[in-house]
Ligand binder design. Structure first.
Ligand SMILES: [Fe+2]
Length: 87
């Protein structure tokens, strides 16, 4: 059974920065086109890589903000989920 996230990432970082983060709508809008152009296998590999890269990107924060580890783990889990869709 997978670890369930405690809260969303936007809310998590808002507690620290007080900034209201907005999703990247452009990326969401071009996903169907990328699916069409690249195909499922290549697109899902790119998405999984983005999730794993995000996890790595959070690692440097964990020393000062140990709570960030749950966010990092979420990103790793997202990458795993997308990767599993390719199996
Ligand atoms: Fe993610």
């Amino acid at each position: 059974m997978r670890e369930k996230p405690r809260f969303n990432h936007r809310g998590f970082f808002h507690a620290y920065t007080k900034e209201v983060l907005k999703p990247k709508k452009t990326m969401a809008r071009i996903m169907p086109w990328l699916y069409y152009i690249l195909g499922k296998k290549r697109l899902y590999k790119l998405i999984a890589k983005g999730e794993y890269d995000a996890a790595i990107g959070y690692e440097h924060l964990i020393k000062d903000f140990p709570e960030v580890e749950s966010v990092k783990n979420d990103e790793k889990r997202h990458g795993d989920i997308v990767s599993e869709l390719l199996e």
